[in-house]
Design a protein around this ligand. Structure first.
Ligand SMILES: O=C(CO)COP(=O)(O)O
Length: 130
C-alpha cells in the first residue's frame, strides 16, 4: 500500500510518535510525505520515506496530485484545527481528493491508529483490485 503522511507544525511531534509506535507495520508499505514531516519521521524511525517538497512550497499539491491519480491508498493528515499557521495550506483540498477517490483519510490520532491497524489486518486489500 502507498501511504501519504502530512502534519501541521503543532502535530509533527505526534506524527513522529505515531510512526515510532507503528514502525513495524509502516515499514511493510511505501510511505510518501511532505518534506518536513517526512524528514522528521525518518529521523526518529529510520523508515525510508519518499519526500515531496515542503508542504507550503508545493508538497501538499504534490501529494494531492498523487491522490488525484488514485495512487495513494491511505492518508494520515494530522491537522491542527486550533492554531494552524498562516503558511500552512488548508487540508480541504487533500480531503476533497480523498473523498473523490474513496481513499481512507485520518485527520486525528484516533482515526490514524484505526487505519494503521486496518492495514495490518489487510482491510484495505480491496484497493489492490482497483
Ligand atoms: O505544510 C504542511 C501541512 O499543511 C506540511 O508540510 P511539511 O511536512 O513540509 O511541513
Amino acid at each position: 500500500m502507498n501511504i501519504g503522511l502530512i502534519a501541521h507544525d503543532n502535530k509533527k511531534k505526534l506524527m513522529q510518535n505515531l510512526c515510532i509506535a507503528y514502525k513495524n507495520i509502516l515499514s511493510k508499505h511505501d510511505i510518501f510525505a511532505t518534506g518536513t514531516t517526512g524528514r522528521l519521521v525518518e529521523e526518529v524511525t529510520n523508515l525510508s520515506i519518499q519526500k515531496y517538497l515542503a508542504g507550503h512550497l508545493g508538497g501538499q499539491q504534490q501529494l494531492g496530485s498523487q491522490i488525484a491519480h488514485n495512487q495513494i491508498d491511505m492518508v494520515i493528515f494530522l491537522r491542527d484545527p486550533l492554531s494552524q499557521m498562516q503558511h500552512e495550506p488548508d487540508p480541504s483540498s487533500v480531503i476533497r481528493l480523498c473523498d473523490i477517490h474513496n481513499i481512507p483519510i485520518a485527520t486525528n490520532l484516533a482515526t490514524a491508529e484505526l487505519l494503521i491497524k486496518s492495514l495490518e489486518r489487510g482491510d484495505l486489500e480491496w484497493r489492490n483490485a482497483l
